[in-house]
Design a protein around this ligand. Structure first.
Ligand code: 4AD
Ligand code: MG
Length: 460
């Protein structure tokens, strides 16, 4: 029977004593690189279990030397060999092959070649790009970050709620929904559910009901928005983390956002040091310093009204925005958000208490009658990565608002929550892909999602 292969990750986790006892090992993986001097050859073997490769050495005195020297980059292989410690070398150990098997050869038209390829080119090869160093790092960090999300919330007593992907309401009231249709000829839109159905833009409304039963909850799953914004930060399918906290106001909300973001940054830096070194060196020089700075500084809390004054002051002092018309009441564009967080604060910034006209119907109206208890977290290099608010818990005020925008039908249950033991509550949504961009320094959301969905792009 064939010996079971040990993963490269396992090898790196073993102590020196344990490694010494191993002697012979079987390893499987893909050839990253293969070079030989005619006397001895070296294969960098990658098996995807960690960022590091394993060096496999094959000698000219072995009968398979000529065969192995022809193994191409990308081919699937198995080696049996002796594990040899190599103190003082670049890698702490290597395998000296005694057996070699080519499990899967690579055809000559293999599109991934050794030369450096652009992210755009690789986007078109979504099924192969996980084999490159960059995407190996990105997608492992994505997995680790997801586990970090669950760890943070579970450790803090939050209950995980699976809110539905198919829904009858447009939670954000923004209208950019994908409609779900069936193949019925008569009425493809209303046939299945007997009413219009769409893919969710947010699990918030559904998860609010659970917060009023479990106190602290979160949902974490895919969300869909049919916005045609062709930017590096917008996808039509993305993942969102939406926590909801009962008996919590906007300050409690911001406290939770800040500790969550800091926990997740620390989590990735602890669990993925090789990947973070790679990003720091090749993708976004300085990203580790940036994250360490974030970990060690309190996030600035700024009123929207103050933000407007700062932007007006900047224009007065000669700063040129594409939109230089800064007025109270306007929805800030990315350039304005970035000025505040990058140039003015130079760090993560909570912007809060926005004009009610530009925010969603469920946000709690402040006593000034003009603003709502909303908050966005802005970060340098990216702008908004979190949006949240204290929810309107007063039945009459909420109902009047919903009636005014014609968004009551089908949401009676949501209003009822304000009648049946309602309490103040707050929550937020973290764009998971945007957070991953921020942590890795990857500049385009299309390079953080395994199979990105944006308008006019559905190749895979
Ligand atoms: O600010 P948004 O629209 O807030 C909500 O959906 C609320 N229901 C959240 C809540 O309070 N429970 O979206 C939240 C975050 C944004 O800050 C952004 O990071 C991300 O989701 N996001 C997108 N990410 C990628 N592509 C898009 N098209 C996105 N739209 C929003
Ligand atoms: Mg928002």
């Amino acid at each position: 029977m064939q010996e079971k292969a040990i993963s490269i990750r396992n090898l790196y986790e073993l102590s020196e004593d344990q490694l010494k006892q191993l002697k012979t090992v079987t390893v499987v993986g893909w050839v990253k690189n293969n070079r030989n001097s005619g006397k001895v050859g070296f294969i960098a073997l990658h098996d995807g279990t960690c960022f590091k490769n394993l060096q496999v050495v094959y000698d000219a005195d072995k009968p398979f030397f000529n065969d192995v020297s022809r193994y191409k980059m990308g081919s699937a292989v198995r080696f049996v060999g002796e594990l040899v410690l190599t103190p003082g070398m670049k890698q702490p150990f290597e395998v000296h092959a005694t057996e070699a098997v080519l499990l899967g050869d690579v055809a000559d038209d293999y599109p991934l070649q050794k030369k450096k390829t652009s992210f755009e080119y690789l986007r078109d090869l979504a099924y192969l790009r996980p084999r490159t160093n960059t995407f190996d790092a990105v997608f492992r960090v994505r997995s680790v970050l997801a586990m970090g999300v669950h760890t943070f919330f579970q450790n803090n007593g939050f209950v995980y709620v699976h809110t539905p992907e198919i829904t009858g309401n447009d939670a954000e009231g923004a209208g950019s929904v994908f409609t779900v249709i069936t193949d019925s000829k008569e009425d493809p839109i209303n046939d299945f559910y007997g009413r219009r159905a769409s893919l969710t833009v947010s699990g918030q409304l559904h998860v609010e009901a659970f917060a009023l039963a479990f106190k602290d909850v979160y949902t974490f799953g895919p969300t869909f928005r049919a916005e045609k914004s062709n930017t590096p930060r917008h996808a039509s399918e993305f993942w969102m983390i939406e926590p909801e906290l009962a008996f919590a106001d906007l300050d409690d909300d911001m406290d939770c956002i800040e500790s969550c973001i800091k926990f997740l940054i620390q989590w990735v830096m602890d669990k993925c040091p090789d990947e973070m070194d790679f990003f720091d060196r090749w993708i976004a020089p300085g990203v580790k310093d940036k994250l360490n700075h974030v970990l060690n500084s309190p996030f600035r809390r700024m009123e929207y009204t103050e933000g407007i004054k700062i932007l007006q002051e900047a224009v007065k002092n000669g700063h040129k925005f594409e939109n230089n018309n800064i007025e109270w009441g306007m929805d800030l564009q990315s350039e304005h958000e970035r000025y505040l967080t990058e140039e003015y604060v130079k760090g993560p910034t909570f912007l809060m208490n926005y004009p009610k006209e530009i925010k969603a119907f469920y946000m709690r109206e402040n006593d000034d009658g003009k603003t709502v208890a909303a908050v966005d977290l802005l970060v340098p290099g990216e702008g908004e990565i979190v949006g949240g608010s204290q929810r309107e818990e007063r039945y009459d005020i909420l109902k009047a608002k919903m009636d005014k925008i014609g968004n009551t039908e089908g949401l009676e249950w949501y209003l009822n929550l304000r009648k049946y033991g309602g309490c103040i509550h707050s929550g937020f949504g973290i764009g998971f892909d945007r957070l991953l961009m921020y942590i890795t320094g990857i500049a385009n959301i299309r390079d953080t999602e395994p199979y990105p969905r944006t308008s006019s792009a559905l190749k895979y």
